[in-house]
Design a protein around this ligand. Structure first.
Ligand code: ADA
Length: 566
């Protein structure tokens, strides 16, 4: 599914702005879209019951009769959409786009209502409100089986796109390092042609007719001369342009950016364009005051700036797909992104397993369909911290299926699963890269950084011995209350957090087969209330929630930016 975009033959109307929201108790207020209602309406902070969003929009006379699609960037968690009182459709699952064809709408003024249900349930992904003894639930409120606040809302843009009825509907771009680019496309059967443009030089290849023979699927190969390979040092982007013809007249034109690069695993190394790469960066969250999880280009720009300030080149989209504008930024700035599904807190006992598995499969398909075009996306994370015990064989079977599905949909990228410290992750023998979330010296060996680092080193060496494939340390960190200091360092102080990260990075830097280090977390972020989350916040950020650096951020900048490799 192509995200809506303007062109010479396409028009996009944004329905973002102030809508009305009505809560289950009848309260009704203006509310911002995109946004989360929990962070805009404090009286409803912990309210996850179904709400109804309402707005209205115009269809101009000039656009009536065209192909009209109503597109949602993300609604968390379940959306039911109606226009002028008539049901249009529904979608289950947050953080990924969905759309409806509304071409039958006449020119004029229309009402739009979206019912949103954000309830935490065991048959959802991510799950919550688990039956006792099922999965892992930290006991917080609201009862999420994951460690971030379960914001609800229309959390990304709502767009109405007008195009010709013959317009292309999907595009895949698969470039080879030698400059051969495979352009795949689907949509109503029609003659199409395509070319590649280099915006840096205004060079354009000749138009290539798409071999479709009246089929809905078409393929063309375009040769880019002397290709510039996309990489962090030179994140060069090309543009694929596709035109659709009706009676030899252009009826649709659409452009798609892409990068020419290759990522693959070779033994215990991760290669980008044939050269070993090291990922330095963070786990993150889409989280900010007032916005909650609502998309914010300003926060995306600021967070990429802060990661660059630290000398980072990478992040994982923990623990759900991020707004696509973040990936567009990563494409332009040369970040290396591990794109993660919303499958955090999966478990494999109880009556709802098949529902969760089916939703997780749908989410992986939607994630790859949306993100495979981004050169910055170098790996698919199939899950974060699955609770594989007490039925590891079920967990293994599930991830064998997810790994195979990912390879079928996109054979060009490695897969990973981020395992937690408590258990032996069965899928580590399946995925291409092993990701480990480790907190020795925090949750275990509390107050003892040296002991924690030694335990961390011993387990890393054991994992490498057993699996001999690349290892990404996908999480490591310590909570620090900004402004709290101690000498000698003690837990929750800025000094302890900085020393903890430094000790782990010494262990990591000494092992060439550790292909990356993602600090947990870039920023402090909101969680459910709980006895281990002061102020309902996870304080493992190296920046505060309003993006102010703690001592740990300066330590990372020293190691990664000012004196890299020191
Ligand atoms: C886990 C989890 C993170 C966060 C972290 C922590 O590894 O993946 O989301 O909860 O622990 O801060 O404890």
């Amino acid at each position: 599914m192509l995200s809506p975009r303007s062109s010479t033959h396409r028009t996009v109307l944004a329905l973002d702005g102030l809508w009305d929201i009505t809560f289950s108790n009848g309260d009704s207020f203006p509310t911002a879209v995109p946004g989360s209602w929990n962070s805009q309406h404090p009286a409803h902070r912990d309210d996850l019951d179904p709400v109804i969003y309402r707005t209205s929009f115009w269809i101009p006379t000039a656009l009536s009769g065209s192909r009209l699609r109503l597109w949602f960037g993300s609604v968390n968690y379940e959306a039911r959409v109606s226009i002028d009182g008539a049901h249009v459709g529904s979608h289950i699952g947050g953080h990924l786009p969905f759309e409806f064809d509304v071409s039958e709408l006449a020119a004029g003024h229309h009402s739009l209502a979206v019912g949103v249900d954000a309830a935490l349930r065991a048959d959802r992904v991510p799950p919550g409100d688990l039956p006792p003894g099922h999965g892992f639930q930290a006991g917080g409120w609201p009862p999420a089986a994951f460690d971030f606040f379960p914001y609800g809302g229309i959390q990304r843009s709502v767009l109405l796109e007008s195009s010709d009825h013959l317009a292309v509907e999907t595009i895949t771009v698969d470039p080879l390092l030698d400059g051969h680019v495979r352009l795949g496309m689907s949509g109503p059967a029609a003659p199409r042609r395509c070319r590649v443009i280099d915006p840096a030089t205004d060079f354009a290849t000749d138009w290539i007719d798409v071999d479709a023979e009246g089929l809905s699927e078409g393929v063309a190969w375009v040769q880019v001369p002397s290709p510039r390979h996309w990489c962090p040092a030179d994140p060069h982007l090309y543009i694929a342009e596709i035109e659709t013809l009706r009676d030899d007249v252009v009826a649709d034109s659409v452009q798609q950016r892409f990068g020419i690069r290759e990522v693959r695993v070779n033994g215990d190394q991760l290669l980008l364009n044939g050269e070993p790469i090291t990922l330095r960066g963070f786990g993150r969250h889409e989280d900010a005051p007032a916005h909650g999880r609502g998309a914010s280009n300003a926060h995306a720009v600021l967070d990429h700036d802060r990661m660059t300030w630290c000398g980072a080149n990478s992040y994982r989209t923990t623990h759900y797909p991020y707004d696509e504008a973040q990936l567009d930024l990563a494409d332009e700035l040369g970040f290396l992104v591990v794109s993660e599904t919303p499958a955090v807190g999966l478990y494999f006992v109880g009556p709802d397993q098949e529902q969760r598995a089916e939703i997780a499969r749908q989410q992986l398909r939607e994630l790859i369909a949306r993100d495979r075009r981004h050169p910055s996306v170098i790996m698919w994370s199939l899950a974060n911290e699955p609770v594989s015990e007490p039925r590891p064989e079920r967990s293994l079977a599930f991830f064998e299926g997810q790994h195979a599905l990912a390879k079928r949909l996109d054979p060009t990228r490695p897969t990973t699963v981020a395992g937690w410290q408590m258990v032996d992750e069965p899928s580590f023998g399946i995925v291409d890269v092993i990701s480990v979330n480790r907190y020795f010296g925090w949750y275990t060996e509390p107050g003892r950084i040296a002991e924690g680092a030694a335990a961390f080193a011993a387990e890393l060496d054991s994992l490498h011995e057993r699996f001999s494939r690349p290892i990404l340390v996908s999480e490591f960190g310590a909570d620090a209350l900004a402004g709290h200091h101690a000498d000698p360092p003690e837990m929750w102080s800025e000094e302890y957090q900085a020393e903890f990260l430094s000790a782990y990075l010494d262990v990591i830097d000494a092992r060439s087969w550790v292909v990356g280090a993602h600090v947990w977390n870039l920023c402090d972020f909101r969680t459910s209330q709980g006895i281990t989350r002061a102020g309902a916040m996870n304080h493992k950020g190296v920046f505060t929630q309003d993006r102010r650096p703690k001592a740990a951020a300066h330590e990372l900048r020293r190691r990664w930016k000012l004196r890299p490799g020191s």
